[in-house]
Structures are given as structure tokens and as C-alpha cells.
Design a protein around this ligand. Structure first.
Ligand SMILES: Cc1cc2nc3c(=O)[nH]c(=O)nc-3n(C[C@H](O)[C@H](O)[C@H](O)COP(=O)(O)OP(=O)(O)OC[C@H]3O[C@@H](n4cnc5c(N)ncnc54)[C@H](O)[C@@H]3O)c2cc1C
Length: 373
């Protein structure tokens, strides 16, 4: 088949990698003039790591392995201490924080990407699909996959003209060489309080991925505004805000798509944020895009009766899993202080119980860990 993928982000590139050697002709049309490698780091959880391994790109050799993830309160108490090494043992796959640039460059190896080709429209016919790019060129294919992010042009053309809805939350994030003791280890720390959440994860090579989730706009230059807002969040956060500069910071508004049962028509479908953008509070957006790529590549490799049947089968498998993540992510509850009784209860849980719950939660949102295809 002729398979055209709109968008060379993590999802589109992962799908192309998963189809390598399948006998299908696969091309990626990317709007940007080069790979888009900005955007700090991804946390690749065990489900995403399993997908990467299945796509032939094991995550073991890039990024920082996370063996522990602690959630502290701004006043210094530990609410949850998750043993991610135990989660890795239970699922068979590690948790890593990997710079976005490294993952994107790794996924792009050997993939046929045509840059500066923004897909602006898609026409679906009974016998095929045509993607039209901004130069007016028409690209005929058997299958068109919109992996073009949360502002997807393919989604507008084949599913839903409504844009993803913004809520009041924004993430301010960066990836720099700060807090060397934390950056050099395998423990991630999140601190939650009334001002929002601060996350800090070692990402390999002495880099620390850090972010601030805040509800509402900041006033004034962002580094100073964040330092003022997160005063009283303990010594780690004080040290972090002293060292960050405005130039280190990128901001992302939190957006959400409705996730219908069907993601396209005929030979057209969606993948990743184009299908199911949700806030980054569960750090699952890229993981779910990798899961989509794993499932879709396996279905397309199997040589289906028709492209449309194959795509509807993929959507039926993925939609219920992704909806679970989206429901949790939109609540933004990880960014808010927990009621005292819940904190107390969580603090009493043995680490093995927390790890078991974490692994079960990851399985619940994973097609890959269930071997669903
Ligand atoms: C602050 C923040 C932190 C995050 N942290 C994590 C995390 O820790 N773990 C995790 O799993 N997820 C995380 N995510 C989510 C993750 O970034 C996304 O879910 C993921 O990037 C989605 O991948 P994608 O390939 O679907 O879309 P994108 O990464 O958005 O890629 C889309 C690609 O399509 C291209 N494109 C756009 N329009 C067109 C067009 N019309 N034609 C052709 N090409 C086009 C773009 O240039 C881009 O290259 C985070 C998100 C944010 C905002």
C-alpha cells in the first residue's frame, strides 16, 4: 500500500519506523523545514518503552532511567514514593526521561521525511485518499494518517472542525544542567502545593527536565514570576528557580480533544495528539502516540482486507484505552494539593503496593502491555 503520514513528530515517525520493511511505501510529510526537536523531555513510561521496543527502537540507550518517583507537598512531607524499578520488573519495561530531541532523532533514522510540506486538506474517496499540501500538490495514497498534532489539519478535514479546548492550566518547562545531584541520579521529584506543581526528572547526561504547572497567566518576566509564585516550596525548588532564566523556559497551554469511537473515514485516520490531545499531567501523550503507532503498524503489516477495515479496527482498540488516560489528565488533580486524609492514607501505603498500583494503572491504559493485536 501507499501510506502517507502527515506530521513527523513522535507519533508519525514511530509509525513510519514500525512499518519499515513491511513492503508498504511509507512517506512522511512534515510542515516544518527540519525535525522539530524543541520541547524539553518526555517521560517514557513502561507502556511507551514496550511500544518503542516493539517498533524496533528500544529506549534503553538514551535518556535517564528513573528508579523512583516521589510526590512531596510544598511543606516537605512525602505523599507518594513510587518504586519505578519495581514497576519495571512488574511490566518488563523501564521508565525513562528522554530529551525530546534524542527520541525524535532516533525515531527519524531511515524514515523518508519530506520537509516544508504542510498538509492543508484531505479528500476521502471509496478507492483512496488524497492529501493536499500548502503548495497545492496532491498526494494520492491508500491510507493517510494524520499525525499532525493537536492543531491537526487532517482531523479538521476528516473528523471534526472544532479545535482542541484550552483549560486554565499552563506548563512552563525546560531542560538544563541544574541541580547536579538530582540530575545525576535516578530519582524524580514532584512538589505539589497551592501554587501548582513543580516536577524535576533526571534525563541523562547531567540534564534535568523541570516544569511548573500553573493555573492562570504569569505576570511579568516568567523566570522571576515563577520564583515569586513558588516561594516556600522547599530547598530543591528554591535552588531550581534561582538557576533558571527566561531563555530556558517554554510554555504550553493544556488542551483537550473529545475522543470519539471513530477517528476518520475510509482510508484516513488520526494518531497521537491529532486524535486525542489531553493535558500533560499523566505524562502519557507521547506514550499513547507510541502505543497508537505500535497497534496501527502491526495491523497494517498484517495485510488487511481493506484499508478502511484496518483503520476502524485500530480505532476500536485504541479509543477506550486513550479515553481512560484523557479522563484522568483533564482533572488536573496531580497539580492540586490533596485533602489531608487522602495524603495521610497515601503516606501509609507500602512502596510495593504503590508499585503494584502504578503497574496496574499503566496496564489499564496500554494496548501494548496486553499484546492487543
Ligand atoms: C509541556 C508538555 C509536557 C509533556 N510531557 C510529556 C511526557 O513527559 N510524556 C509524554 O508521553 N507526553 C508528554 N507530553 C505530550 C506529548 O508532547 C505529545 O502528546 C506528543 O508530542 C504527541 O506527539 P504527536 O506526534 O502526536 O504530535 P506532535 O509531537 O505535536 O507532532 C506533530 C508534528 O506534525 C507537524 N505538523 C503539524 N501540522 C502539520 C500539517 N498540517 N502537515 C504536516 N505536518 C504538520 C508538526 O510540525 C510536528 O512535527 C507533553 C506535552 C506538553 C505540552
Amino acid at each position: 500500500m501507499e501510506i502517507l503520514i502527515a506530521g513527523g513528530g513522535v507519533g508519525g515517525l514511530a509509525l513510519a519506523r514500525g512499518l519499515a520493511g513491511s513492503g508498504h511505501r511509507v512517506r512522511v510529510l512534515e510542515a516544518a523545514p527540519a525535525l522539530r526537536t524543541g520541547g524539553a523531555a518526555f517521560t517514557v513510561f513502561s507502556n511507551g518503552a514496550a511500544a518503542l521496543a516493539g517498533l524496533g527502537v528500544p529506549p534503553g540507550d538514551f535518556g535517564g532511567r528513573l528508579d523512583r518517583l516521589r510526590f512531596d507537598t510544598a511543606d516537605g512531607a512525602t505523599m507518594v514514593d513510587a518504586d519505578l524499578a519495581d514497576v519495571a520488573r512488574r511490566t518488563g519495561f523501564p521508565v525513562v526521561s528522554t530529551p525530546r530531541a534524542r527520541l525524535i532523532e532516533h525515531l527519524a533514522e531511515g524514515v523518508d521525511v519530506v520537509f516544508s510540506r504542510e498538509v492543508v486538506d484531505v479528500e476521502v474517496r471509496p478507492d483512496g485518499v488524497t492529501a493536499i499540501d500548502a503548495t497545492g500538490a496532491r498526494h494520492d495514497a491508500d491510507v493517510v494518517v494524520g499525525a499532525d498534532g493537536h492543531r491537526s489539519a487532517v482531523r479538521r478535514a476528516v473528523l471534526d472542525p472544532a479545535p482542541a479546548a484550552e483549560n486554565e492550566w499552563t506548563t512552563w518547562q525546560g531542560l538544563t544542567r541544574v541541580l547536579p545531584e538530582l540530575a545525576g541520579g535516578t530519582t524524580g521529584v514532584c512538589v505539589v502545593g497551592r501554587a501548582g506543581l513543580v516536577g524535576m526528572l533526571p534525563s541523562g547526561d547531567g540534564l534535568l527536565q523541570w516544569w511548573f504547572d500553573v493555573d492562570g497567566p504569569l505576570s511579568g518576566p516568567p523566570a522571576a514570576a515563577l520564583a515569586a509564585r513558588f516561594t516556600g516550596y522547599g530547598p530543591l525548588v528554591s535552588a531550581l528557580v534561582e538557576q533558571i532564566r527566561d531563555a530556558d523556559l517554554e510554555s504550553f497551554r493544556h488542551v483537550t480533544h473529545r475522543i470519539p469511537d471513530r477517528w476518520g473515514r475510509g482510508g484516513a485516520t488520526l494518531l497521537g495528539d491529532a486524535a486525542h490531545a489531553f493535558p500533560p499531567t499523566q505524562a502519557q501523550g507521547a506514550n499513547q502516540a507510541l502505543e497508537d503507532a505500535w497497534v496501527l503498524s502491526r495491523i497494517l503489516r498484517a495485510g488487511p482486507a481493506s484499508p478502511a477495515e484496518a483503520l476502524r479496527r485500530y480505532e476500536r482498540l485504541r479509543a477506550p484505552r486513550v479515553r481512560k488516560v484523557s479522563r484522568r489528565a483533564v482533572s488536573e488533580r496531580t497539580n492540586k494539593p490533596m485533602p489531608a486524609p487522602v495524603r495521610l492514607l497515601l503516606g501509609l501505603l507500602p512502596r510495593a503496593v504503590v508499585a503494584r498500583a502504578y503497574a496496574a494503572q499503566l496496564r489499564g491504559v496500554s494496548s501494548v502491555l496486553h499484546g492487543e493485536v
